[in-house]
Design a protein. Structure first.
Lengths: 184, 401, 102, 302
């Protein structure tokens, strides 16, 4: 994509991505928070597209929609007031976390701008899907095997953790949660 | 056969009641709309019972402009005129803003939850405690006969509790007009058998069509619709008996098919002892193995070679099979009764489509309404509605008279 | 025009939003969302480098795919923990889940 | 991808949606009245917009446009003819899956925004259904792309010049078609908006322009799904005698009619049984299909 096209796509999507990302944590309704996150990471896919890595951008669009829908699903299941109708404040010490965030932003921004990165190589030909394929199957085959195994372990571990009765198969007595003394 | 494209309309009462009043709604070019918002026509009766007036008024407000009223017939034959009910409601609520409280399935956003941080309540099947959402299927809901109100509370999509109420006062059972007339002694024997049997076939066919629409099975709905079209005729002589029997035969085979059984077998089971204890009657009792049928004591029926249709399982599938088989048998009985000359005995009890009708009341109807709610607990939403429909409950609350 | 520092600065801002989210929310699921945003920022960095520093090396895509896998893994284990906590304590609020005793 | 393509895609979307509506009438045994379809749509458009007293007006108003954008993007990736290959991306097949993946959030937003318990239940049902069918849909697309050694839909069509993919990989087709019908909210899978049962379900509260947009988006979705099925499995525009565009139109029309006929023929599936089949049968089978596709590519296509 020409420089102008990149700029035309990059700036608005980057702006929308940051704004929706911020509103994820300021909105009351949990369903809206999940879908704002979906919008934020989905538009990040557009940013990838504008930076001329077509395969990664489309993959990001595909992955994020599935993941965020699951997140909204869990949010509505596990939150006391998913609709945000009660106006509950689900945050604590916003002031300090905002300060920490600003500090992190300043630090990383300084690093980003101050250091002189290697010269901007203008070729425009980002690695297309074929090169990425050979890369995945060639040099980084081992790492991708580990990545695949990690996902498998995460799935099995996740199911074991979430299973009724937990890892050891001791079903929590239905009705009352275990009280503080630890007697089930 | 190719028919004109149908227009979604709010049907008051539902398609089954119109069919029993001899009006084929699809021929009039309408079909039941999912919600008033999706319709632009209110297809109503000339006179409407007072209990339905407020619900119809609310549904009318939800229909968007350009909207019109279409009067198809007079199934209730009692109550206040429809146009007056709409005008009176419109005038009284002219100032009200357009908020969302449709009498029809008014499902307020009732996600109530107890303690703010801790969600209490008994755990559902997989041991997780979820918030209950309550749904009220109003008197005009497309999933229930008009006049029946069901209040359900849902745990996820599983029914946690359900209560069903019949809201229409018992004047004349609009769902079985000819059987009602026969029971109150207006018809003589030969004519009575033909009228009652044809009405039974028509009622079961219309019920089959509504159940098929609930299950989302257009094939069965079309076959049952063809049977209804064949049976809806003024004079008994002009009815195409073989067309009706063929459509009902195909419907019966579809009801006994694996697809239908997999959705209804083993659901809302009523055993024989329970049916006898509650005094249930009609197809519900016969499907549980209680062979009690008012027609078996009638000499005229014995002449025609009638024996009651019974099943043992007592679940939704058995009830559907009993009704399908009874419909086919009813068409044969009616055709034979037309030819034969029968003793003119006057009967005080007539077996209507939902049970015997004696002195203007159907014993066992109120018990069935009370029982149905409890039996659908624990079923998933669509299975619960299909099981509720399998009882073919009558919305006429039987007031002690 | 857009150069590497601009992309990295945007990623830094996105990372900061993620940090703010993760620190300020009381509910476990919202914290997981904060972490997702941080990982998204990491991916943006990798793509930035891929585009402007080493465009012909396809190994940049490797980083992005691994971070995407990491997002899925982190979400899976996070939700499993929330379900386990919810099953015993009926709440997913982090302020209540402070004791480790059973 | 000339600069005329966007207009051609929009024209195709509108014309195709109108054609799908006519095929729907024909399959339902109703006298086909093409003008009536337009009149009903016009009537629907001048209804006022109903604002629900539900939870989230934002989500409620954003759902129909998102559904329309997802449907049009999915339609844009379908290769219709050698001259008009839609958006000819080298990753077109994945973009098709990505576009279909955005139907789920829009249905949930419609249900959640409307607020009534039945609408929310419709939205949740669709999410549960799509979680089960997302994997088969995405995996089968990559399995079909293996022989073509490219994710460009036009290349996948061209590799089927000898034999259509439905004969080479019948299991892939058997997994793809139900998942595609479920995404397009077609009849046996219409759990999200069952008319009598859920009183219209997720889309029950929409009137006026919203309802019009949703009806248009659903018809474009059916057209996109049927077009991609024809392209990926029935050798797309390739065929003897007739010009390529005619072949593609015939095949797509046949697939649309087949899907709608199956909708009338089969009762609506029950969610629990469908999810058991999706998780226990469809996903392992999808992985098997990918392995099989690798073998077939090595044996026959290299």
């Amino acid at each position: 994509m020409s420089d102008l096209a990149t700029a035309l796509v990059f700036w608005p999507s980057a702006a929308i991505m940051l704004v929706t990302g911020l509103y994820v944590f300021r909105t009351r309704s949990m369903a809206r928070a999940g879908l704002l996150l979906l919008a934020s990471l989905g538009i990040e896919g557009l940013v990838f597209l504008s930076l001329a890595s077509e395969f990664l951008g489309v993959l990001q669009l595909l992955m994020m929609s599935g993941e965020m829908v699951i997140m909204v699903f869990f949010m509505v299941m596990f939150m006391a007031d998913p609709g945000g109708l009660m106006g509950m404040d689900m945050t604590h010490d916003k002031r300090r976390s905002a300060a920490v965030a600003a500090g992190v932003a300043a630090a990383l921004g300084a690093v980003a701008v101050a250091t002189d990165w290697p010269g901007t190589v203008v070729t425009g030909a980002a690695p297309d899907i074929e090169q990425i394929g050979f890369e995945v199957m060639g040099r980084s085959m081992l790492s991708f095997l580990f990545a695949g195994m990690t996902i498998l372990f995460a799935m099995v571990g996740g199911i074991l953790l979430a299973k009724h009765g937990g890892r050891l198969g001791i079903p929590a007595p239905a009705g009352e949660p275990r009280d503080e003394e630890g007697a089930p | 056969m190719v028919v004109r494209p149908l227009r979604p309309a709010v049907l008051v009462p539902d398609e089954q009641a119109w069919t029993m009043a001899g009006v084929d709604v699809q021929a009039a070019g309408f079909e039941a709309a999912a919600t008033p918002a999706a319709a632009s026509v209110l297809a109503g009766p000339e006179r409407i019972p007072e209990e339905l007036a407020s619900a119809v008024g609310e549904a009318w407000e939800l229909i968007c402009e350009p909207r019109r009223v279409e009067v198809l017939g007079d199934p209730f034959a009692a109550g206040m005129p429809l146009l007056e009910a709409l005008k009176e409601r419109h005038g009284e609520h002219a100032g009200m803003d357009h908020d969302e409280h449709a009498g029809m399935g008014h499902d307020h956003a009732g996600m109530d939850h107890g303690d703010m941080m801790e969600i209490t309540g008994e755990p559902s099947r997989d041991g997780l405690v979820m918030e209950a959402a309550d749904v009220a299927l109003g008197p005009l809901s497309p999933a229930l006969p008009t006049g029946l109100v069901a209040e359900l509370s849902l745990d996820g999509d599983v029914v946690a509790s359900c209560r069903v109420r019949a809201t229409l006062e018992a004047r004349r059972d609009a769902l079985a007009p000819r059987a009602w007339a026969a029971a109150t002694g207006d018809l003589i024997a030969g004519e009575r058998i033909v009228a009652v049997e044809l009405e039974r076939a028509l009622s079961h066919a219309a019920w089959l069509r509504r159940s098929a629409q609930l299950l989302g099975w257009p094939l069965l709905a079309d076959r049952a619709g063809q049977a209804v079209a064949a049976l809806v005729a003024e004079a008994p002589e002009s009815i195409a008996f073989d067309a009706a029997r063929c459509a009902l035969e195909v419907s019966r085979r579809l009801v006994e098919s694996r697809a239908f059984r997999s959705r209804t077998a083993g659901r809302a089971v009523v055993d024989a002892a329970g049916a006898r204890a509650l005094g249930l009657t009609g197809p519900i009792a016969r499907a549980s193995g209680v062979p009690e049928d008012a027609r078996s004591q009638d000499a005229a029926y014995a002449g025609l070679g009638f024996e009651p249709v019974t099943r043992e399982a007592g679940d939704a599938a058995a009830r559907a099979e009993v009704r399908a088989e009874e419909a086919v048998a009813a068409v044969d009985l009616a055709q034979e009764a037309l030819g034969a000359d029968l003793p003119a005995a006057r009967r005080s009890t007539v077996e209507g489509p939902r049970g015997p009708i004696r002195h203007g009341t159907t014993p066992g109807a109120a018990e069935a309404v009370a029982l149905a709610g409890g039996l659908v607990i624990g079923l998933e939403w669509s299975a619960a509605l299909a099981a509720l429909a399998s009882f073919d409950l009558s919305p006429w609350s039987v007031s002690a008279r | 025009m857009i150069s590497l520092p601009v992309v990295l600065a945007t990623a830094a801002l996105l990372f900061a939003v993620g940090v703010y989210g993760a620190l300020s929310q009381t509910n476990a699921i919202m914290v997981i969302m904060g972490i997702e945003l941080m990982l998204g920022a990491a991916m943006l960095n990798a793509v930035g480098f891929m585009r402007y520093a080493w465009p012909d090396a396809a190994s940049g895509a490797f980083f992005v795919l691994v971070v995407m896998t990491l997002m899925a893994v982190e979400a899976t284990v996070g939700f499993a923990l929330v379900i386990a906590a919810f099953r015993n304590r009926r709440t997913a609020e982090l302020d209540d889940l402070t004791e480790l005793r059973g | 991808m000339s600069n005329w393509t966007p207009f051609a895609i929009l024209a195709l979307a509108l014309g195709g949606a109108w054609a799908v509506a006519c095929v729907e009438q024909a399959v339902a045994g109703v006298r086909v009245a093409p003008a009536l379809v337009l009149r009903r749509a016009a009537e629907q458009l001048d209804q006022p917009l109903a604002v629900p007293a539900g939870r989230d007006a934002w989500l409620y108003h954003l759902a129909p446009p998102l559904l329309l954008v997802a449907a049009v993007v999915a339609l844009a990736t379908v290769p219709w003819a050698p001259g008009f290959r839609g958006v000819d991306l080298s990753t077109g097949a994945i973009l098709f899956s990505a576009a279909l993946a955005y139907v789920t959030p829009s249905v949930f937003m419609a249900g959640w925004g409307a607020g009534g318990p039945l609408a929310v239940l419709g939205g949740f049902r669709f999410i549960a259904l799509m979680l089960g069918f997302a994997m088969p849909l995405a995996m089968v697309v990559t399995a079909v792309a293996a022989p073509a050694e490219s994710l460009r839909p036009a290349a996948i069509v061209e590799v089927q010049h000898a034999v259509p993919m439905v004969i080479v990989q019948p299991f892939a087709a058997a997994l793809f078609v139900p998942a595609a019908m479920a995404v397009a909210l077609l009849a046996p899978f219409d759990l999200a908006d069952a008319t009598t049962e859920l009183e219209g379900g997720a889309f029950s509260r929409y009137t006026g322009l919203h309802a019009g947009l949703i009806a248009l988006a659903r018809k474009i979705l059916v057209l996109a799904v049927a077009g991609m099925t024809a392209a990926l499995f029935l050798a797309g525009w390739q065929g003897p005698l007739l010009p390529p565009a005619i072949w593609m139109a015939l095949k797509t029309g046949a697939v649309v009619a087949g899907m709608l006929w199956a909708g009338r023929r089969l009762p609506r599936f029950e969610l629990e049984r469908l999810l058991v089949v999706a998780w226990i049968v469809a996903i392992p089978a999808a992985i098997g299909v990918i392995v099989l596709a690798g073998l077939i590519t090595l044996l026959f296509y290299r």
